[in-house]
Design a protein around this ligand. Sequence first.
Ligand code: 13P
Length: 246
Amino acid sequence: MRRKLVVGNWKMHGSRAANEPLLAAIAQARPFGCDVAVCAPFPYLSEVALAWAGGDLRWGAQDVSVHEQGAYTGEVSAAMLAEFGCRYAIVGHSERRQYHHESDQLVADKAKAALARGVTPIVCVGESLAQREAGETDAVVKRQLSAVIHTLAHCAGEMVVAYEPVWAIGTGRTATPEQAQAVHALLRAQLQAATPHASRMKLLYGGSVKADNARTLFAQPDIDGGLIGGASLKADDFIAICRAAG
Ligand code: 13P
C-alpha cells in the first residue's frame, strides 16, 4: 500500500501575512495519515521552512534551474533549494511548458538537476483539450514521461509523477476518476517497463481537485494523492483534501 501524498502548488499567490495563518492552520490540523507538502514561491521558502521546521510537513519549489550555478540571472539552483530544506521541486508544470516554452528535454534535465541535489522532482505531464479531443492523450503523456525516464535512467524510480490534464487546471472541470485512473494506469505501466520501483512510485492527480471530489479520485488504484492549486490557498479546503487522502 503506497502512502498518499498531497502537495499544494501555490503558484504565484501568497504574501508573508497571508502565508502565516495558512501554514499554522495546516500544522495545527495534523496528523493527516498521508504525506503533506506545499510548493511555495521562492521568496517564501524560508518562511515555510521556519514555520514547519522539525515536523513531518514538507515543502518545495515550483521550478528549478538545470544549471548548478553561474551567470543565469533569475534562475534558482537545486543546491539553493536543498539549503532551504526543500524536499520537492515541481518541474514541467503545464504553465511553464506553455508560457515559458519548456521542452520535454528541458523538463527532464530539470528533474535530473533536482535529484542530483536530493530534491525529489514532481514531474508534471498532461494533455490539452485539443489533444484529448483528437485522441492524443496517451501519446502525449507517454512522450512527456519518456523524456524524463530516459534522462533519469536508473534513478527514474526516484521521481514523483503528476498527471495534470491542462483542461482541468483552474477550470473547475475535473477529470472523472475513471479518466484519471486510465491515464495513471498507462503511466504506471510505462514506469514498470523502465524501473523495478514503479509499484512504489507516487503518481499524483492534479486539476480542480476540491474537498468534495478528492476522496473518489484518491480511491482509484493508481492515484496516490494530488497536486492541488486553488484549493491549497484556503486552509479549510486544503486540510479537507489532506484528510480525504489520509
Ligand atoms: P487547480 O487545482 O487550481 O486546478 O490547479 C491544479 C494545478 O495546476 C496544480 O499544479
